[in-house]
Design a protein around this ligand. Structure first.
Ligand code: GCU
Length: 329
């Protein structure tokens, strides 16, 4: 009898040892959109955030990432988020300021002296204030991601500020951005990010402007190999969640709302590190592919800043004060 019991016990132990881990079934799946591809810093950081959320909510919440604009362009994702069709996304400030005009101040050209300056501002009161202000329209700002500095690139050789005049330059779908480009004497054409490569190839535009990783990831370097490194915009990105999704999270456990906020911020720190690595890699790739980098002269930089000065004169009192605070930061 004892022997039978022992064998039975052994069999039970073997059964449990061999049983595969049950797949975890999250109580809530959040759909997260990004218009960049796998490998791009924002997408990799979103994956990192998803891992953190899974771990810290004991597997109850899963964030499923949809890269490559599969859920739509940034504008369409923004609209879908306002009625809860998409739960989370990462947006460029250039897209956001169309929906949140108060963000325009952060989009002013040559606003920061360098990347460190921008991060001092975004990590401080001003950055927090803007994240809070973005929470009024059914979408909540969670964290900032880096997107470097944007410069111009063209199909045909350019050597200076003057060569940009009369060119047709693609901009994000945002009238303020068009205005900025027009102040340089160029013609602005608003085109969604995913269509820029074909617009360059089909000669619909003479050039565009973006950061180096986007330039290389989207193969724009193949079509527009002259990169004029004037770094006119520093447009960070924002990770956002819809108010609807946040309510669903809170219904599972009100503490999970804070967990998601913390995971988004942690992924922001991770993304900045990835961003720096990717900027270097993109530069190497651009050089290897034969891109000509043009560094504007001091006179050129002066002329560019002068041309964009009207944007600063048109600011209201509140925006002017913010610009002053940014300059003092
Ligand atoms: C950057 C940003 C994208 C944005 C794009 C653009 O690449 O990461 O989110 O769509 O600029 O110029 O449209």
């Amino acid at each position: 009898m004892k022997k039978v019991l022992l064998v039975a016990l052994l069999l039970i132990c073997i059964f449990f040892a061999c049983r595969k881990e049950e797949p975890s079934h999250p109580e809530l799946v959040l759909r997260y959109a990004d218009n960049q591809s796998t490998g791009y810093p924002t997408v990799e950081a979103a994956k990192y955030m998803a891992e953190l959320v899974k771990k810290r909510t004991g597997g109850k919440i899963e964030i499923r990432i949809y890269p490559d604009s599969v859920l739509g362009s940034e504008n369409s994702v923004m609209e879908q988020m306002t009625y809860g069709g998409i739960d989370m996304s990462r947006f460029s400030l250039g897209t956001l300021s169309r929906f949140f005009p108060e963000l325009w101040t952060l989009q002013l050209p040559y606003l920061y002296t360098d990347s460190e300056h921008m991060w001092r501002v975004l990590d401080g009161d001003i950055g927090d204030m803007y994240l809070r202000e973005m929470s009024g329209k059914g979408i909540i700002g969670l964290a900032w991601y880096d997107a470097g500095a944007r410069s111009f690139y063209t199909r045909t050789p350019i050597s200076s500020f003057a060569s940009l005049q009369d060119l047709t330059i693609r901009v994000q779908e945002n009238d303020m951005m068009s205005r900025t480009i027009e102040l340089l004497g160029a013609e602005a054409v608003q085109i969604p990010y995913g269509d820029v490569y074909s617009a360059l190839q089909k000669l619909r535009i003479d050039g565009a402007e973006n950061n180096l990783p986007s330039y290389v990831f989207m193969d724009h370097n193949q079509a527009a190999p002259y990169f004029y490194q004037d770094e006119h915009f520093r447009l960070p990105e924002v990770v956002m969640i819809s108010a609807d999704a946040q309510k669903k999270v809170s219904a599972i456990d009100p503490g999970f709302v804070e967990i998601i906020e913390a995971c988004a911020r942690d992924s922001g720190v991770y993304e900045r590190k990835l961003w720096q690595e990717e900027e270097n890699r993109a530069y190497e790739k651009a050089v290897q592919s034969g891109v000509t980098f043009i560094i504007p002269s001091d006179e050129d930089m002066f002329a560019l800043k002068q041309a964009m000065e009207p944007l600063y004169h048109e600011l209201g009192q509140k925006e002017r004060e913010i610009v002053e605070r940014i300059r003092d930061t």
